[in-house]
Design a protein around this ligand. Structure first.
Ligand SMILES: [Zn+2]
Length: 112
């Protein structure tokens, strides 16, 4: 399906983009692994940066996992099909949430 090809391309682009960002974060935090600055205030700043980088790292990895899952669903022809009830996920919902694996009804039942 043409539409799915576009989705796949979009996901692949997004994946490459955030993977690049993750690599940059990894090299930044490697640089940050040098011994802490002797200055106490500097130490606080460095620790804070580490936390920000770690949080970013986590969110990027989570998104990468979602993209991988979505690509796998595309491969299996399950994209746009609710993983719970097997019904179709509305194109509008997929447009807003390309990683959606559940229809609105099942997502509502699942809570959160
Ligand atoms: Zn459903």
């Amino acid at each position: 399906m043409k539409q799915q090809l576009a989705v796949r391309q979009k996901l692949a682009e997004r994946y490459a983009e955030i993977r690049g960002r993750l690599e940059k974060i990894t090299s930044d935090s490697r640089r940050a692994n040098k011994p802490l600055d002797a200055d106490f205030e500097e130490q606080a700043v460095e620790r804070e940066n580490d936390e920000v980088l770690a949080a970013l790292d986590r969110s990027i990895r989570a998104e990468m996992a979602q993209i991988e899952k979505t690509l796998a669903r595309l491969d299996k022809g399950e994209y746009g099909v609710c993983e719970v009830c097997g019904g179709p996920i509305s194109p509008k919902r997929l447009e807003a949430l390309p990683y959606a694996a559940r229809c609105v009804v099942c997502e509502g039942k699942a809570g959160d």
